[in-house]
Write a protein that binds this ligand. Structure first.
Ligand code: FAD
Length: 341
């Protein structure tokens, strides 16, 4: 509560200034939202909070909104339920920034076991990894070997492997590792962030590799020197790059538009249809627990819908980034403090 207190008071201030006299959202509202997002993104990286907050039971209860459980079995149980409703899944183990070769070995054997368990269950569930989990911070060659091992197993099992994108300081190194592995293994995709100024150039450079590209808006706090920072500009960048990617399906690019922004996805679907790309020629990806009714609706309407399910014990920074995306989610945390959900 010590930590959530200041954040919740920003929320109260936010509500007081939410509309101006004409009933339109006021600039104070956007300023309040920005402040809260910044506060939460700061909290996501704070070491003291990282070590304390995960122990609070009410936070764990609220977390269930976005994560079925901490174990792979929890994630696969959720994936099985979603599959029975026509949704495919991506599974990812939370955790960033390993600092030793032994930790990397553990991550890789976990993911290899996950590949096998998914195959044995007959699920269309793919794995997504962060390269800092595979040693990118201290030994990029180790990350290349780790990613190649996971990609080789994905290839044997006839599935795909995905690489998450982390904050901007990692983008160049992530792309370098990705292209080195992609040169030898076909079924590997990478996440690119629409808010980065560099992304249009990165897409152009990757197309010859016939990559999988998962386009997202971007989840980190980035300076204006590397990223567009205004919401409307980020949305337009996502539209522009998404439309380019839909056109690139003709060049063999596997495209996933990963967003919960339904109007934007619908605009892109219309742009795709206008150039002959139907909704079943690319994927729409969303996170477990967010806009589930839309996820089911898209699947029924003939889209390929893939839900990303996270598991693992190191959920704190990831969870706080989800709160930052929609600070109204703090209300859910607050209700759990009172024991209601
Ligand atoms: C499958 C997938 C993989 C991703 N991988 C990465 C990655 O590797 N690297 C990276 O930087 N980012 C990643 N992201 C996160 C992404 O960058 C955005 O931060 C996130 O998707 C929110 O943006 P949005 O496109 O949904 O649009 P927004 O404009 O943020 O949201 C649109 C609407 O969706 C709903 N919504 C969005 N987020 C939430 C939430 N947390 N809780 C409740 N409702 C919400 C709200 O109704 C909101 O109005 C991933 C997202 C998805 C879906």
């Amino acid at each position: 509560m010590l930590v959530l207190g200041p954040i919740l008071s920003v929320r109260a201030l936010d509500r007081r200034h939410a509309t101006n006299t004409s009933g339109q959202p006021s600039t104070a509202k956007f300023a309040g939202m920005g402040l809260m997002r910044d506060g939460l993104l700061w909290a996501a990286e704070n070491e003291t909070l990282k070590s304390h907050v995960p122990r609070w039971r009410f936070v764990k209860r609220a977390l269930r909104q976005f994560m079925p459980g901490e174990s792979l079995a929890d994630a696969l149980e959720a994936a099985t339920t979603l599959a029975s409703n026509g949704l495919t899944t991506t599974i990812t183990k939370l955790g960033e920034n390993t600092s030793s070769s032994e930790q990397v070995d553990d991550v890789i054997s976990d993911y290899l076991a996950a590949h096998d368990t998914i195959a044995a269950a007959g699920l269309d569930a793919q794995i997504s990894v962060k390269l800092t989990q595979l040693g990118l911070d201290f030994d990029p060659d180790r990350a290349v070997r780790g990613l190649a091992a996971l990609a080789a197993r994905a290839e044997e099992l006839g599935t795909w492997l995905w690489v998450d994108m982390e904050s901007s300081e990692y983008v160049e190194r992530t792309l370098d590792v990705y292209t080195r592995v992609k040169a030898d293994h076909h079924p590997v995709g990478i996440c690119l962030q629409a808010y980065l100024h560099r992304t249009a150039g990165d897409i152009e450079a990757l197309v010859p590799f016939r990559p999988g590209i998962r386009l997202v808006k971007g989840a980190y706090k980035e300076p204006s020197s590397v990223a567009v920072t205004k919401r409307a500009d980020i949305d337009e960048a996502f539209f522009r790059l998404g439309a380019d990617l839909l056109a690139a399906t003709a060049d063999g690019v596997r495209v996933a538009l990963a967003s919960h922004d339904v109007p934007l996805l619908d605009r892109l679907a219309a742009a795709g249809r206008a150039i002959g790309v139907a909704p079943d020629q690319y994927e729409v990806q969303m996170l477990y627990g967010i806009r589930m009714a839309d996820q089911y609706r898209y699947a029924t309407d003939g889209y390929q819908l893939r839900t990303l399910i996270s598991y693992g014990e190191e959920w704190y920074p990831w969870y706080v980034r989800r709160l930052a995306e929609r600070p109204a989610n703090l209300g859910f945390v607050a209700r759990n403090i009172l024991g209601r959900s």
